[in-house]
Design a binder for this molecule. Structure first.
Ligand SMILES: [Cu+2]
Length: 133
């Protein structure tokens, strides 16, 4: 074998080794659990087609962002959306969350009022955000 062939062989073996390690890492990686112990703000857990069991009212102050973490503790997909046409609150939607996935965001209201959060998949999963001056 020429030196050139040796180098090609070494590169090929290296690629196989790296590829195997990469595949092994992916296979052994555990499902990511959300560690939310240090979260200050609002935690909404989707479970049995509710948020936190009660779809609670959320109180915020105008122009004071509040961290919002949405976690799916259910076996079906959920999301959370805020869609307000008045411009009184920051609109957003989480990605479709599978079981044990979470999404970090923030609630920011710009005007006092009552707004709605909801899951697009489940009409009963909706609650109020009450923004006070
Ligand atoms: Cu849902």
């Amino acid at each position: 074998m020429s030196a050139r062939n040796n180098i090609i062989a070494i590169v090929a073996v290296s690629c196989i080794a790296v590829g195997s390690l990469w595949a092994y890492g992916n296979l052994t990686k555990e499902t990511e659990e959300a560690d939310l112990s240090g979260v200050e703000g609002i935690l909404l857990e989707a479970q049995r087609s509710t948020f936190n069991g009660t779809n609670p009212d959320i109180y915020v102050r105008v122009n004071e962002p509040v961290k919002l973490v949405v976690v799916n503790k259910d076996i079906v997909i959920h999301d959370l959306q805020i869609k307000d046409k008045t411009g009184g609150i920051l609109n957003f939607e989480t990605a479709p969350l599978k079981s044990e996935q979470h999404f970090n965001s923030a609630i920011v209201a710009y005007k006092p009022g009552t707004y709605e959060y909801f899951c697009q998949y489940h009409p009963d999963m909706r609650g109020k955000i009450i923004a006070e001056p």
